[in-house]
Design a protein around this ligand. Structure first.
Ligand code: OXD
Ligand code: MN
Length: 588
């Protein structure tokens, strides 16, 4: 299918004239084309084919050692007014940034091919889906985009010939110089430019750049929400099904929760959990006034280390074929990927830096942020409605973070305004998905800190406004913390499948059936309100998991205030009101 949209054709021609590729190839998204892309990546040494019996049509790749994660300090929101980017984003003047990028990228594709990748974020034919184009000189990016989005002809079919409403994206690997790495967003023009990185979160523009940063600005203008949330469906033994969204900062187990397998006792009673998405949700009002979610993505870009048949069997079965492994280690005898947490190390291991590795080596074999890119449709728990054009109705929104102390296992917000406050005050101890220090407490509102494409204060206001529009039809809001530890630093909660116990309580609350105590935080289960049958938990551990300690909260309230002051005058007054009310309820 040739593209007959004159806006697209003109922009592609203009871009090619500036970047000067040797040739321009339009990607159609077919199976045949994908096979030939993979063959080329094998012959140029980017892809190592894996054992065709154990991992058919799957490949191992490693990145430049300096290019292994998102780079928040090199990520920019370019708006005419600095105030529109707000205090949590790196701002740049769009004219200045265009100048910088134009001079850096002028002729950067000489001797290379420029691939034109039309992509659709969202299900084919959905009124909520959107089209983007990524012009890239990285065949690795094309191969990953083929898994993560619906690319080629499907995308073109979803764009009207007279429509100028698409995201224009340019990406070049340049020379991977970290000093001149740029991940730039121009929300006023719907433009994305990424340069000198080939890492998924920087270079697969459909994901964080479009589906979160640009989409959040579209959502604000158009009255919807683009969120960093997984989507899952839960069916109870009576056959009643509810969908929930959950927001966690990067690498807090979102993929595991999205693919949760309930404990045996739940399975025997007929509970079922199904996956709609593991990272991003676009939420729109349906005609009944409820919020409906679509997963804009078509694949999973999951963290490999720690993934195993013990922690996430559904992910393990998803990645058995048609998968790209980046920066994992390689078992040279079996030609299968390996990473820490998968089990016994194989005899002959090549690490992600392409060195021989043994358990005695001082480094990890797989990079902690090594990833698999796998088609969502291969997930055994994929929900029958995951590509439903209208989306799935959302009954609850769950916020969470990685906190060793302070926040209890679960609590429910009192109403939407309070729920927005709970989201705004989310915080988590940092992990490896972004470059930077590991283990520090970082405030991460709605898990969107690195992804809000505009002023965070305006974003919080948008959340409040959405609630005013829908009133009582908004989903219930909850907060969970799977990561609370005892004095010895050991996790108190088993996590993984046992998180089902918390989900059951959440759905029970939404249905008005589960019991709770009203506490300063909102509504919390008492031990007897949770189904802990079959869980190996002492009464003391349960008590500790549910405890709210004044000293911890005193510190927490102070940290919230510091964060609010950073947001400044645009922090909605309702958020201060909720904060003061919480302080009062805690008697602090
Ligand atoms: C991701 C992230 O890769 O949040 O999903 O960093
Ligand atoms: Mn994410």
């Amino acid at each position: 299918m040739t593209c007959s949209n004159p806006f697209v054709v003109k922009w592609v021609e203009e871009t090619a004239a500036r970047l000067k590729p040797t040739n321009v190839v339009w990607v159609n998204g077919s199976d045949e084309e994908y096979r030939s892309i993979c063959d080329q990546l094998v012959s140029d040494g980017t892809f190592t084919p894996l054992n065709p019996k154990k991992f058919p049509n799957s490949y191992w790749a490693v990145s430049d050692p300096s290019d292994v994660a998102r780079v928040e300090d090199r990520t920019f929101i370019c708006t005419r007014s600095q105030d529109d980017a707000g205090p949590t984003n790196n701002w740049a003047d769009p004219r200045e940034m265009f100048k910088t990028l134009n001079s850096l990228m002028e002729g950067c594709m000489q001797g290379r091919t420029m691939y034109v990748v039309p992509y659709l974020m969202g299900p084919d034919g959905s009124p909520f889906s959107r089209v983007g184009f990524e012009l890239t000189d990285s065949l690795y990016v094309v191969a990953n985009m083929r898994i993560m989005a619906r690319i080629g002809d499907t995308a073109l079919r979803n764009l009207k010939d007279d429509s100028n409403d698409f995201v224009r994206g340019v990406h070049s690997i340049g020379d991977l110089d970290p000093e001149h790495r740029y991940i730039c967003h121009f929300p006023e023009q719907n433009i994305i430019a990424s340069f000198n990185s080939n890492y998924g979160g920087n270079a697969l523009q459909g994901k964080k750049c479009f589906a979160l940063r640009i989409a959040s600005t579209l959502a604000r203008r158009q009255g919807w929400l683009a969120e960093h949330m997984l989507i899952l469906g839960i069916t109870n033994p009576k056959g009643e099904k509810h969908y929930v969204c959950a927001a966690f900062p990067s690498a807090c187990g979102k993929t595991n929760l999205a693919m949760l397998i309930p404990p045996q006792s739940y399975l025997e009673q007929g509970w079922k959990v199904e996956t709609v998405g593991d990272d991003i949700a676009w939420l729109n009002f349906g005609s009944d006034g409820r919020l409906y979610a679509i997963n804009p993505e078509a694949g999973f870009f999951g963290v490999a280390p720690g993934t195993s048949y013990k922690t996430n069997p559904n992910a393990m079965d998803t990645i058995k074929s048609n998968t790209i492994f980046t920066n994992t280690a390689l078992d040279l005898d079996e030609m299968v990927p390996w990473w820490e947490g998968l089990g016994e190390p194989p005899k002959r291991v090549r690490d992600w830096m392409k060195h021989d590795w043994t358990p005695a080596s001082k480094t990890k074999a797989a990079h902690p942020n090594s990833r698999f890119t796998a088609p969502a449709r291969q997930c055994p728990s994929i929900d029958a409605n995951w590509e439903s054009p209208g989306g799935v109705p959302i009954s609850a929104i769950i916020f969470g973070g990685r906190r060793a102390h302070t926040t209890p296992l679960v609590y429910q917000a009192r109403d939407w305004q309070h729920g927005t406050f709970v989201g705004v005050t989310m915080a988590s101890e940092t992990t490896a998905a972004a470059t930077g220090k590991v283990g520090e407490l970082r405030r991460d509102p709605m898990a969107m800190l690195p992804f809000i494409g505009y002023h965070a204060g305006d974003y919080f206001q948008h959340w409040l406004d959405m609630g005013k529009r829908a009133g009582a039809k908004m989903p219930g809001v909850f907060h969970v913390n799977w990561f609370r530890t005892d004095d010895a630093g050991k996790f108190l909660w088993p996590g993984f499948g046992d998180n089902m116990r918390v989900l059951e309580w959440v759905l029970g609350r939404v249905a008005g059936k589960a019991g709770a105590a009203e506490t300063p935080l909102g509504f919390q289960p008492r031990a007897e309100d949770l189904n802990l049958q079959g869980a190996t938990l002492s009464a003391a551990a349960v008590e500790e998991l549910l405890a709210v300690k004044k000293a911890d909260w005193e510190e927490e309230l102070e940290s919230q205030e510091k964060f609010f002051n950073k947001i400044g005058a645009k922090l909605p007054k309702e958020i201060w009101t909720e904060h003061r009310a919480l302080r009062q309820r805690l008697g602090l």
